[in-house]
Design a protein. Structure first.
Length: 310
């Protein structure tokens, strides 16, 4: 099994607007740059991470830039400390504590990877796509794009697409690596996975009608499964039904004229059973909890800059 899974999304570079790729800016939390390979003098963020990541979960939120933790075939930009703080709050409130709520802190501590490594920008590829995050061997989640965190946390749609969905997608890979799902999942649309061609025409449109919840889900069954979980729990029921109505408009001759909706819902049945039977997670309850927590973040109820240690 390939232990490093990438999420790619099509986006014209023009859509990045005025984003500037810069090095880390000076901040008041530490007299030193975060571009260091060894730990420097402890600051307020370090103390907050100790209380909120290390002590409860034994997780290293590794915000100081380290070459060895990155991908050498891409240009890497360090995360600014103020952006890393906001991402740390998002991961904690919208992922770690959501799983705590569903199945207890012992589950989260036991299965969540022991390092989260953020960087400032996405990893751009030469085919017009870019990487939002990766999961590596169940040990590390690599999250990118912290430079844009203020821009993409104003709406639930952006928060989901650029950060939250990525986190839950990658964690689903880790759960699957620990306990595999039924091989029946792949058989539902086994004839139409297209691997890396998912981002090219004609596969980058019309995927709902073909039985895939996203274009990237067409890559292979493992990505399909992770996309099903992450998109289901991070989007409201109304949005999911909107997608299903679109998927219902197309039939597929290679699958006994089943509609895209029928194919997706057959996958969802397996996803729901897997999460419940293997992990005791009710994905409908989890979706409801995530919707509440998303609203807390979007409305400003959660202070993403607070470094108070209780």
């Amino acid at each position: 099994m390939n232990m490093k899974k990438n999420i790619f999304y099509i986006l014209s570079l023009m859509m990045m607007g005025g984003a500037v790729l810069t090095s880390c800016s000076e901040d008041s939390l530490s007299p030193a740059s975060v571009v260091v390979t060894d730990r420097t003098e402890e600051n307020a963020f370090d103390r907050w991470l100790e209380a909120n990541y290390v002590n409860p979960y034994n997780i290293d939120f590794h915000y100081r830039y380290t070459d060895a933790e990155g991908h050498m075939n891409y240009y890497m930009v360090p995360s600014r400390i103020e952006d890393a703080i906001k991402l740390a709050h998002i991961v904690k409130y919208l992922c770690l504590e959501t799983y705590d709520q569903m199945v207890g802190v012992s589950f989260t501590r036991g299965y969540f990877p022991k390092m989260i490594y953020p960087t400032g920008t996405w990893e751009f590829k030469n085919n017009g796509t870019y990487i939002l995050g990766t999961a590596e061997g169940g040990k590390k989640i690599f999250l990118m794009g912290t430079h844009y965190i203020d821009q993409y946390t104003k709406t639930a749609e952006d928060l989901n697409h650029y950060y939250l969905k990525t986190i839950h997608h990658e964690f689903t890979h880790i759960l699957n690596q620990t306990k595999d799902y039924s091989p029946e999942f792949r058989q539902i649309t086994t004839k139409t996975y297209v691997n890396d061609a998912w981002s090219d025409a004609p596969y980058n449109v019309g995927y709902l009608g073909r039985g895939y919840i996203s274009a990237y889900a067409q890559d292979e069954d493992r990505e399909d499964f992770a996309e099903m979980v992450s998109l289901y729990i991070t989007n409201p029921a109304e949005k999911w039904e909107e997608w299903m109505q679109e998927a219902a408009q197309t039939t597929n001759s290679e699958y006994d004229n089943k509609t895209g909706r029928q194919l997706i819902e057959a996958k969802l049945d397996i996803v729901r059973a897997y999460m419940q039977e293997q992990w005791d997670i009710d994905i409908d309850k989890m979706r409801a909890e995530l919707q509440k927590r998303q609203n807390d973040v979007i409305s400003g109820k959660i202070d993403l800059t607070d470094l108070t240690v209780y």
